[in-house]
Design a protein around this ligand. Structure first.
Ligand SMILES: NC(=O)c1ccc[n+]([C@@H]2O[C@H](COP(=O)([O-])OP(=O)(O)OC[C@H]3O[C@@H](n4cnc5c(N)ncnc54)[C@H](OP(=O)(O)O)[C@@H]3O)[C@@H](O)[C@H]2O)c1
Length: 263
């Protein structure tokens, strides 16, 4: 009888543990999401936590928002830590990845979400704008991948890069941005070959993604060109990240999440 009671107690405590930490497909995995303090990056970080992952929340300037993201993830029952770095500086990228690996002892998923979106036509493009666009949007994902590759190989992990429909369509007034995001698409293919078979590398090219509080004109303007008659939500992108993380026979691909905009 005491043995039975003990079994019940163990089962009860296991159920309580389960309540606090729901099982998920990514339980025991660790994800690093760059630019995760707010907007899409945050939605991705929280969604990966819902799937069971512990998360390193990278931020550059949004310290308070990063702390909020950490608290949101901890509330789900996962571990999270915020790490600051300016991804324009390769030495800071190396520190970020080393810190990410140290925090939870492994790294399974790298999501390169941080980016800028600088308008610049052929006339207004300065060297500074060109370097800032290409530096944050293209150079940084490469050096994040390079630094994370040994950890990701060990865990047979995955990289998700963020392109943009602007990397497929030539937008007037956004030359460096479009070039940087077109570069992300080729970077994804090159990395997928270089890092196979251990690490899968894919990209997402979102159309306009709106959040609560964004000017309504953004959605109105997008709807004119998107057959599905709405703009995207951060959850549309976050679900695609989860899909790509789980899809073990897909690498080097770009999934366009744009409500049909590029059709
Ligand atoms: N939103 C859209 O409609 C849309 C459409 C197509 C593609 N995308 C792509 O999806 C991804 C996420 O989009 P988003 O709108 O959520 O991005 P976002 O708000 O424009 O930027 C995300 C974060 O990137 C970080 N960041 C910028 N420059 C950095 C640097 N030099 N070093 C480190 N961090 C830096 C910022 O962090 P801090 O705030 O901490 O400084 C920022 O919060 C981006 O790659 C974007 O290009 C978005």
């Amino acid at each position: 009888m005491p043995v039975l009671r003990e079994c019940v107690r163990v089962a009860d405590s296991k159920m309580m543990e389960k309540d606090a930490k729901p099982d998920g497909a990514l339980q025991g995995r660790v994800a690093l999401v760059t630019g995760a303090a707010k907007r899409i990056g945050r939605a991705v970080a929280v969604r990966l936590a819902e799937e069971g992952a512990d998360v390193v929340v990278h931020y550059r300037g949004s310290k308070e928002k990063a702390a909020e993201a950490v608290a949101e993830i901890e509330k789900i029952g996962r571990r999270a830590v915020a790490v600051q770095a300016d991804l324009g500086d390769v030495s800071q990228i190396k520190r970020l990845i080393a810190e990410a690996g140290k925090q939870f002892g492994r790294l399974d998923i790298l999501v390169n979400s941080a980016a800028n979106f600088l308008p610049a036509s052929i006339v207004s493009t300065t060297e500074q704008v060109w370097d800032a666009s290409l530096g944050t949007n293209l150079k940084a994902p490469f050096f994040c991948a390079q630094a994370a590759a040994p950890l990701l190989k060990r865990s047979r992990g995955a990289i998700i890069n963020f392109a943009d429909v602007g990397g497929l369509l030539a937008w007037t007034g956004y030359i460096p941005h479009c070039v940087s995001k077109a570069g992300v698409i080729m970077l994804t293919r090159c990395l997928a070959k270089e890092l196979a078979p251990e690490v899968r590398v894919n990209a997402i090219a979102p159309g306009t993604i709106t959040m609560p509080g964004d000017p309504p004109e953004w959605e109105e303007d997008f709807i004119k060109r998107a057959p599905l008659l709405r703009s995207g939500r951060p959850s549309d992108v976050a679900e695609t990240v989860v899909f790509l993380v789980r899809s073990e026979f897909i690498t080097g691909q770009v999934i366009v999440v744009d409500g049909g905009r590029t059709l």
